[in-house]
Structure formats: structure tokens, C-alpha cells
Ligand binder design. Structure first.
Ligand code: FE2
Ligand code: FE2
Length: 197
């Protein structure tokens, strides 16, 4: 694994190489772009899975709108991978499959479970982007602006899903708590892996 990481150009920067876990204040931009690309790939697939199941339900237009924004986020990081010569995560097929399964699986439970999944995922992504914004230096103003814009979109997605849940009835059962916690744990693990592999 270390051999692969050495191939990434920003690891050869004149600054001291960052160690695993040493992220705050020391922006490793290549790693950021890689993980963001993986995350947006997963997000795109989550919505695709949800739409595959819920395409004719009342929440479909909301899902379609959010999916279109995720596709825009993904395209932007796709371009950045190429522009910065960053290797994409080797786990892309995994994020695709896991994202679709999570989207379709939650949607099969119910529309509200699908929305609860969106809330959980977006909360984790929002937090992840916030940490990146803290770590980025002034020399990365364009990337900073891009991530800030996408973070705002993720916050909106989270709000949309929360409002949908609130508008559709009963307060939730422990099952949703469990779903939310599982999804968040999975999303954090995915971020950790995508930063490294
Ligand atoms: Fe996104
Ligand atoms: Fe989102």
C-alpha cells in the first residue's frame, strides 16, 4: 500500500509527508479529491438506487433533483482527478455497488427510510467537507470555493429529506435510529477507506 501511495505526486511535496491520521491543518489535496470523488460516486448511486425503486412515488421529483446535483458534484471531481493527476480510488466498483444497494435497500423499506438514509449520509458528508474546508490553505481558493458550494448543496439535501420525514407522519421508531447509526458508521468507514485505497 505504501508503494502505491508514493506514486501520488503531492506526496513528494517539499513539506513533510503527512502520516496516516495526520490530516488537520495539513491538506493533502490529492487525497481530498480522491475521497470526494468516491463519495460523490457513492451518493450518485444511492439516489440512482432510490429512484429505481421509488421512481413513481411522490418523493421522486425530489430524488431526481438531488441526483442531478450529485451528478454535477461527481463531474466536477472527475475533472479535478484528471486536472491534478490524482489516481481515483481503487474501490470505485465497491462504492458503486454499495451506494446502489444502500439506495435501493432503504427505498424498499419505505420512502421515509430512504429519506432517513439521505439525512444520515448527508450529515456525514457535510461534516467531512467542513473538515476539508478547515484544512485547506489559502493557495487552494478555487477548490475551497467548490467544496463550500457542494457542502451547501449537501446541507440542502439533508434539509429536504428532514422536511419530507417531518411532513409524512409519525415520529420515528428506534428502527430509524438504528438505520441512521448504521448508515453513518458505513459512510465514515467508506470515507476512511477511500482516502487510503
Ligand atoms: Fe454531493
Ligand atoms: Fe448530497
Amino acid at each position: 500500500m505504501t508503494m502505491q501511495i508514493k506514486a501520488t505526486p503531492e506526496k513528494r511535496a517539499t513539506r513533510p509527508a503527512s502520516l496516516p491520521g495526520d490530516r488537520r491543518g495539513k491538506a493533502n489535496v490529492g487525497r481530498m479529491i480522491r475521497v470526494n470523488h468516491a463519495g460523490e460516486l457513492g451518493a450518485t448511486e444511492i439516489y440512482r438506487g432510490q429512484i429505481a425503486v421509488l421512481g413513481d412515488r411522490p418523493c421522486a421529483p425530489l430524488l431526481t433533483e438531488m441526483a442531478a446535483q450529485e451528478a454535477g458534484h461527481l463531474a466536477a471531481f472527475d475533472e479535478l482527478l484528471v486536472a491534478r493527476g490524482v489516481r481515483p480510488t481503487a474501490l470505485s466498483p465497491v462504492w458503486r455497488a454499495a451506494g446502489f444497494a444502500l439506495g435501493a435497500g432503504s427505498a424498499l423499506l419505505s420512502e421515509r427510510a430512504a429519506m432517513a438514509t439521505t439525512v444520515a449520509v448527508e450529515e456525514v458528508i457535510e461534516e467531512h467537507y467542513r473538515k476539508q474546508l478547515d484544512a485547506l490553505g489559502e493557495d487552494e481558493a478555487d477548490l475551497d470555493a467548490l467544496i463550500a458550494e457542494f457542502r451547501d448543496d449537501e446541507i440542502k439535501h439533508c434539509d429536504v429529506a428532514r422536511q419530507y420525514i417531518a411532513a409524512t407522519g409519525v415520529k420515528d421508531a428506534p428502527a430509524y435510529e438504528l438505520l441512521s447509526r448504521s448508515v453513518k458508521t458505513g459512510a465514515r468507514l467508506a470515507i476512511w477507506l477511500a482516502e487510503r485505497i
